[in-house]
Design a binder for this molecule. Structure first.
Ligand code: PGA
Length: 239
């Protein structure tokens, strides 16, 4: 079963547009076999949506504590109460813009798992690291750091997303062959589902699925209902 995750990031700018996008995707994804779709809207929109058929709700982040004096944070318990099933953690924008470290990500993953939320852990090298051939060192370090302290049996509930930072939102997707090599490398350390993310669209989606990725994490293209539905249909055929 392929997993297609739409990360809306801080979009769309109002609830009416969000509702429209969600309902178009829900309609387009209806009755498609072999694919599970997760929509991760901004927190504020979550209460307006619910999971249906193969469509599930995800969040883009959460805090590592369950309640308390943490101004501005969102508890994974709150996500649970809104029937959210997945949570993206350690996205490169969180790491880069909000200075999230592997240690912080590891704490978030642990709490999410305690509450039976499925974490989607993002890792990826930036352009400089890629150019200096440090990709594998960086990925291994992020993977080890973000999963540190986790019991082995919990690992099987984590979903990994390989997202080369230089490919995110850039329009320069990772070459499928290069992504496949990285996938083979990651498989040595991580046995559960591995997704690809970074400038995925309906033209290139099939290449990553054919390369062996278990699904896709999609930013920009998840905001265009028809484009996103096309990708879901491609994944459905590749089940
Ligand atoms: P993109 O974003 O598809 O717009 O490159 C992917 C992501 O950040 O998860």
């Amino acid at each position: 079963m392929k997993l297609i995750v739409g990360n809306w990031k801080m979009n769309p700018p109002n609830l009416a547009q969000a509702k429209r996008l969600f309902s178009l995707v829900a309609k387009g994804a209806k009755n498609l076999k072999g694919v599970r779709v997760v929509i991760c809207p901004p927190f504020l929109y979550l209460p307006y949506f619910s999971s249906k058929n193969h469509l599930f709700l995800g969040a883009q982040n959460c805090f590592w504590e369950k309640t308390g004096a943490f101004t501005g944070e969102i508890s994974p318990l709150m996500l649970k109460s809104l029937k959210v099933k997945y949570v993206i953690l350690g996205h490169s924008e969180r790491r880069r813009i909000f200075s999230e470290t592997d240690v912080m990500v590891a704490k978030k993953i642990k709490t999410a798992l305690d509450l039976k939320l499925n974490p989607i852990l993002c890792i990826g090298e930036d352009l400089k690291e890629r150019k200096t051939k440090k990709t594998r060192i960086v990925l291994k370090k992020q993977l080890k750091g973000s999963l540190s302290g986790l019991k082995k049996e919990k690992l099987s509930q984590v979903i990994l997303a390989y997202e080369p930072v230089w490919a995110i939102g850039s329009g320069y997707p990772c070459d499928a062959k290069e992504a496949k090599d990285t996938l083979i490398f990651l498989r040595k350390f991580f046995k559960n589902k591995i997704l690809y993310g970074g400038s995925v669209n309906s033209q290139n989606a099939r290449f990553y699925l054919e390369a062996g990725f278990d699904g896709l994490l999609i930013g920009g293209a998840s905001l265009k209902a028809q484009e996103f539905i096309k990708i879901i249909k491609i994944a459905s055929l590749k089940q």
